[in-house]
Design a protein around this ligand. Structure first.
Ligand code: GAL
Ligand code: CA
Length: 343
């Protein structure tokens, strides 16, 4: 008899749990109201800042088309700890979808656990978690671009520019002496861009001699610093600067400008991103070419995916790779087509 009572109690408990939200806290009932929480690794990063502006604009446009949306943005300023707390806070504020630009792309577990416990889907963007972490839960997505493609395009652009410009090999030794300015160590867009740009140049028949490299964490001022050191080590020997992004290409140019180098003594500079300042530098002929990191396309994909993840409709309009990844293509930017990219 006792056993039977116990069994009934357990069953009742089960029914209660099923009705009142299973193992997680109960989410807000109204699925049409989209509350987006955006968590950024560091908004002082130029490209990231521009991407987040696009994202806000995208959500505003969706709102004009009749979807009820509120957006809350948090900036972790480079601390994963801070970001974990911000995600908790966004969930406490009843966000029903999260857009997360991880600080440490290798450390998303705490955020994933929080989201799963509360059944809030996550769209990671720009900083790609490793594949195993993406498998932790079915409501995890990624929107970004393929690092390899941007490196290849940078390499192709550099090979074309060198072929066109008889002066690129300034010391006429048949080789291009170059340096690389690299983004954050461990970021998918740093190491892969560096390697694929150089491999592509070599495959196009350009003979390279790497003089050195410097890590400048995507940052213009740090790049200026690193470049000053490299110029000090190799005065007048550097013929090409491959930068993992535009901000660092511009920092390298700053270093030369500070040292009053004449134009004829400058190396050729290549960037990636097509930020506002990067595109202007292409127009001015300071940066030879860049590769457009399609922030508008990424923002559009994140926006549509956020709506689809909350409402359950519109998923079929999105083009996924491996069911959870959306990659937007990069595009080459030279002085010939740069104006098409200025908005
Ligand atoms: C890259 C971009 C860099 C930097 C980085 C941040 O895609 O090229 O400029 O913004 O993302 O994660
Ligand atoms: Ca040379």
């Amino acid at each position: 008899m006792k056993v039977k009572k116990c069994l009934i109690a357990v069953m009742l408990c089960g029914v209660f749990l099923l009705i009142f939200g299973g193992c997680g806290r109960q989410r807000q009932a109204d699925p049409e109201k989209i509350q987006v929480g955006v968590a950024c690794y560091n908004q002082s990063d130029i490209f990231l800042g521009e991407l987040v502006s696009c994202l806000k604009q995208q959500f505003e446009e969706l709102e004009h088309s009749g979807v009820e949306i509120t957006v809350m943005v948090r900036d972790a300023a480079g601390s994963q700890r801070a970001q974990d707390d911000q995600v908790q806070e966004l969930i406490d504020m009843n966000c029903n979808v999260l857009c997360v630009n991880l600080v440490d792309r290798a450390d998303p577990s705490e955020i994933i656990d929080l989201a799963r416990e509360n059944d809030v889907p996550i769209i990671f963007f720009n900083r790609e978690p490793v594949a195993e972490d993406m498998m932790q839960w079915e409501k995890l997505y990624y929107v970004g671009a393929k690092a390899q493609q941007s490196g290849e395009m940078q390499g192709e652009l550099a090979a074309e520019a060198i072929a066109k410009d008889g002066q690129a090999d300034r010391n006429r030794d048949g080789k291009i002496q170059y340096v690389v300015l690299e983004g954050e160590p461990g970021h998918q867009d740093a190491i892969i861009r560096t390697e694929s740009a150089a491999d592509t140049l070599k495959s196009k028949g350009v003979v390279l001699e790497k003089l050195g490299s410097g890590i400048a964490n995507w940052d213009r001022a740090q790049a200026q610093n690193r470049m000053q050191q490299l110029i000090g080590q190799y005065p007048n020997q550097i013929e090409m600067v491959l930068a993992n992004n535009d901000a660092m290409a511009l920092g390298a140019i700053d270093a030369y400008e500070k040292l009053n180098y004449t134009e004829a003594a400058l190396p050729v500079f290549f960037g990636i991103d097509g930020t506002q300042a990067g595109l202007e530098a292409v127009i001015d002929g300071k940066v030879a070419a860049t590769v457009y990191n399609d922030k508008e396309g990424q923002a559009r994909a994140i926006g549509k995916l956020a709506v689809a993840a909350v409402t359950g409709s519109g998923m079929e309009e999105l083009e996924f790779e491996n069911e959870k990844y959306i990659y937007l293509p990069y595009q080459k930017v030279t002085e010939e087509n740069v104006r098409e990219f200025l908005y």
